[in-house]
Design a binder for this molecule. Structure first.
Ligand code: SAJ
Length: 433
């Protein structure tokens, strides 16, 4: 293996995972080339700036670009290690689409030479790394690929899923344990040598298929557990019981640890990845499928509860607190909070005001609704109805005296001291999928 300074790494896909990964590897002194299909992303990175918000990423990227350790391009170049970090979306039937992965592998094939290591990091259905191997074998018959017959292969191919949490990406890229699955044990060992250069957490090797399923399992575990909390919140809501108090009390049991209910599950991982498991074995995944359906249905349920509260006070202004898919980030993609707020805005028009400290303007979903963007102080002064949709710190810290007289639907449980609505004021609503 080359020294850190000699090592050439190509990272395909400069998104939420690829760009931080490229920058962290560049910080070790390696020569990193980031590849992206978007010229504007390439130009932004080459000027030392970032196109995504992530804590400390801007400083890191500007430093490694200035030192010449990170460059970006739309075109592939030879490298020692190729890391594929492109999206894996699903279609309307929840079937995974690995088209971007195969396209990236085709790009890699053009630059591949004996001795290289190819690593897939994108969340992928089980069997994808083998499909990458088969494609490379087809496109490069001059190279002996692993797992296709006797003899030492020319290249190594492995799957190593990213597991970082948005908002903590740079910390977790270094500190989290990594699961490294090789097409063969030798492939896993080659990939392990690469990750040991920048990962402080333990690096554990296995097969590519087990590593692929491990990644899907982690996010399905979280989805199932959030679904349990969301189902409880519906039952408790219909009974007029504070679900947050019930969860706090139940969690005092030494072997109970219930997650938090909310307006649904957002982001591009937990709401997507469990479907890859369901699609792989539809007849044997009733629990994982139902959890997905419960979490999706929680958004419609939240809209129904909020509408009932708003209708009970005709004409009163309503503040929706938060649009992001989770606390303290500016990411609105697949956000249940945004879906709830936009639905209320289109139904109740200019009565609805949105508070989102991470937005300068309202997203397109509000076009034509009449809703406006205001700050938290104005909301507290002017809106008798508050719908809490995101647990941003700035909302959490509003003291009781500023909200005690409000009618509040707190979908995130950020204000445990808030007076509860009487059972008679809460209309029972079915959680319909
Ligand atoms: N949520 C709840 N209740 C909870 C926890 C989360 O309603 O108790 C909601 C959040 O508000 C949000 C959604 O779930 O809408 C997802 O948020 P998250 O913080 O659980 O996860 P992500 O999507 O930001 O990141 C997840 C992480 N996976 C796990 O924790 C198992 C991260 O480590 C993965 O790297 C990431 O998915 C990914 O890229 O797969």
């Amino acid at each position: 293996m080359p020294t850190d300074a000699e090592l050439k790494v190509a990272v395909l896909g400069l998104g939420y995972i690829g760009l931080p990964t490229a920058a962290v590897i560049a910080r070790t002194g390696a020569q990193v080339l980031g590849i992206d299909v978007s010229q504007s992303v390439v130009d932004t990175v080459n000027s030392g700036r970032v196109h995504i918000e992530e804590i400390d990423l801007d400083g890191l990227v500007s430093g490694v670009v200035a030192r010449g350790n990170l460059r970006a391009s739309t075109l592939i170049e030879p490298a020692d290690v190729f890391v594929i970090a492109v999206p894996t979306p699903f279609d309307d039937n929840h079937a995974p689409d690995i088209g971007y992965v195969l396209k990236a592998a085709t790009t890699v094939a053009a630059a591949l030479k004996a001795g290289d290591v190819v690593i897939l990091e994108s969340t992928s259905p089980v069997g994808t790394t083998e499909k990458v191997r088969d494609l490379l074998a087809k496109l490069r018959p001059d190279l002996k690929v692993p797992g296709t017959g006797p003899g030492t292969p020319d290249i190594a191919i492995a799957y190593c899923p990213e597991r970082v949490l948005p908002g903590r990406i740079l910390v977790e890229l270094i500190d989290n344990d990594r699961v490294i699955g090789g097409i063969t044990p030798r492939c896993a060992r080659k990939a392990l040598q690469f990750y040991r250069r920048f990962v402080r957490g333990a690096c554990v090797t296995t097969t590519a298929r087990a590593a692929e399923m491990t990644k899907l399992t982690e996010n399905a575990f979280r989805d199932v557990n959030i679904a349990f909390a969301n189902e409880l919140s519906v039952v408790a809501g219909n009974l007029g019981i504070d679900v947050w108090e019930v969860i706090r009390l139940a969690n005092r049991h030494p072997r109970v640890n219930i997650l938090s209910p909310g307006p649904g599950v957002g982001g591009h991982c937990i709401a997507v990845d469990p479907w890859f498991l369901v699609h792989g074995d539809p007849e044997n995944t009733p629990l994982i499928r139902t959890a997905r359906e419960v979490n999706d249905a929680k958004t419609g349920y939240t809209i129904g509860r909020a509408e009932a509260l708003i209708e009970a006070m005709p004409g009163a202004p309503v503040a929706c607190l938060g649009l992001a898919f989770k606390a303290n980030i500016d990411d609105f993609r697949e956000s249940p909070a945004l879906k709830v707020a936009a639905s209320l805005a289109h139904r109740f028009g200019e009565r609805v005001r949105i508070v989102e400290p991470y937005a300068d303007t309202l997203p397109k979903a509000f076009d034509g609704s009449g809703a406006g963007l205001i700050d938290i102080d104005t909301a507290l002064e002017t809106c008798p109805i508050l719908i809490v949709l995101v647990d941003h710190d700035v909302f959490r810290s509003v003291p009781l005296e500023e909200r005690a007289a409000k009618r509040v639907y707190d979908t995130r449980g950020i204000w445990p001291d808030q007076p509860q609505l009487a059972v008679s004021e809460v209309s029972p609503i079915r959680l319909a999928s």
